[in-house]
Design a protein around this ligand. Structure first.
Ligand code: DLL
Length: 433
């Protein structure tokens, strides 16, 4: 089912005409109201009137995370502060937090896009939604909350944490849809096992998972353990929050970008040049309708590709491939580039391993060393040492063969890697650089 049929199935020609209208107005608004953008446009000699066709987006300057930090907290607002009804911010583990503002209409659009997302994932007003994304400055909790309400579903605003209690309420309330990070879904599964609750016996049927990179192999693992459909949802606070793109349950093949609200491009992260359709590169997003804090050509750092081929679900919105990782999370081990997701794929295809791992990077002398700590399952844990050693050697060989990097593999006890209630911490960089 499609929530906004008239929008989500617009013929591409009409969609592009709508995007162009919105883009022109956006550039006018930002030029008139945000000194940062006026200066940037003046510097690059571009006037709002220069935007005549959609491809003219290329003329516009990029916006980077650092620009948000430099204008901390409210320097990029395009409306008077009294029109801002909500603030969110990213956690800011590195440097200052990035702040985002919303007008009432922004919040309303977001709810609408999240309602669309829920329906694309196969949810309806009949569902009970267990929302374990964190409530607060993080956009996950409130984003999913307003969307589920707009859909008319019943929302359980459990937020993150208190895992044992979550499992109990999941069962008692009979949730049919769950929203959380994919890593937390696995943690909940373990907690349920410990509490003697069988996920397969619960009415839960759909999981809407995002906020961190995950792989097809991880999807299979979650779908088979929890006995649900696992749907990938993408978003980022700078642009809106969750709901920028979502997979449809019909195809589960790429995430439909809500293109009436966001203009997507793929660029070469090194040169900044737009890449031809279908290429893999960095996703750049322009907010077409955001009022409080519109962004021109925001560099997401997320690596993906776009596919405009019509989807069998009937939606005409382009699909972005599952995010491979962030360009800033890409590891360079002795000159070889690897994304953590590529390592995850290999680990999860190996029998006997649990989907819990951490990548530790160390500097030994002048060289970078990658150590992969991965949990084995209970069955393997009780196995003979020589079998475990054989398995370590096999994983090491596969990683070398498929990814070209040498890694030290350390099989660790079940449940010894710290579980996370939100985004999993997969990379521990001890290089101090
Ligand atoms: O993580 C918003 C969100 C909440 C998305 C709930 C989905 C579900 P930020 O904290 O600003 O916002 O982090 C955004 O997380 O640039 C990606 O690198 C990563 N990310 C988000 N969704 C996915 C996904 C929220 N489905 C950053 N796959 C983004 C891979 C994702 N990475």
């Amino acid at each position: 089912m499609i929530f906004d049929v008239d929008k989500e199935t617009l013929p591409r020609e009409d969609l592009e005409a709508l995007q162009l209208r919105r883009l022109k107005y956006l550039v006018e608004r930002t030029y008139a109201n945000v000194p940062f953008y006026r200066n940037k446009l003046d510097e690059s000699g571009v006037k709002p009137a220069d935007i005549r066709k959609l491809s003219d987006v290329r003329l516009l300057p990029f916006t980077e995370k650092q620009d948000l930090r430099n204008n901390y907290p409210f320097g990029l607002f395009a409306v008077p502060k009294e029109n801002v009804v909500r603030i969110h911010a990213s956690s800011g583990t590195t440097g200052r937090a990035t702040v985002v503002g919303y007008t009432a209409r922004d919040v309303d659009n977001w709810a609408q896009l999240m309602a669309r997302s829920f329906m694309a994932a196969g949810a309806t007003s009949q569902d009970i939604v267990h929302n374990a994304y964190g409530y607060g400055l993080f956009t996950g909790g409130l984003g999913a909350h307003y969307g589920a309400e707009r859909l008319g579903a019943t929302i359980v605003p459990i937020s993150g944490g208190s895992t044992k209690r979550q499992v109990m309420l999941l069962k008692d309330f009979g949730a049919t849809v769950i929203c959380c990070t994919p890593s937390y879904a696995l943690y909940l599964f373990e907690a349920a096992q410990e509490a003697g609750i069988d996920f397969a016996s619960l009415p839960l049927r759909v999981g809407i998972f995002g906020a961190e990179p995950w792989t097809e192999e991880m999807r299979k693992e979650i779908e088979s353990k929890l006995q649900i459909k696992a749907i990938d949802i993408y978003g980022l606070s700078e642009i809106m929050g969750p709901g920028v793109a979502i997979e449809c349950v019909e195809a589960q093949s790429g995430l439909h970008i809500q293109e009436d609200h966001f203009l997507a491009e793929i660029i070469d992260p090194d040169t900044g040049e737009q890449l031809p359709p279908g290429s893999t590169g960095e996703l750049v997003l322009t907010t077409l309708t955001k009022e409080a804090q519109p962004l021109l050509r925001y560099r997401t750092r997320d690596i993906t590709s776009l596919d405009c081929v019509p989807c069998r679900c009937g939606r005409t919105f382009a699909r972005m491939r599952r995010v491979k990782g962030r360009s800033d999370d890409m590891l360079i081990i002795r000159g070889v580039n690897v994304f953590p997701s590529q390592i995850e794929s290999i680990l999860l295809e190996t029998e006997g391993l649990a989907p819990h791992y951490q990548l530790v990077i160390r500097r030994e002398g002048a060289l970078d060393m990658l150590e992969i700590n991965v949990e084995v399952n209970e069955k393997l844990f009780s196995d003979e040492i020589k079998n475990l050693q054989r398995l370590e050697a096999k994983i090491q060989k596969n990683i070398k063969e498929f990814l070209g990097v040498t890694a030290k593999i350390k099989l660790v006890e079940p449940k010894s890697i710290q579980r996370s209630e939100g985004k999993a911490k997969r990379i521990i960089d001890q290089r101090n650089i």
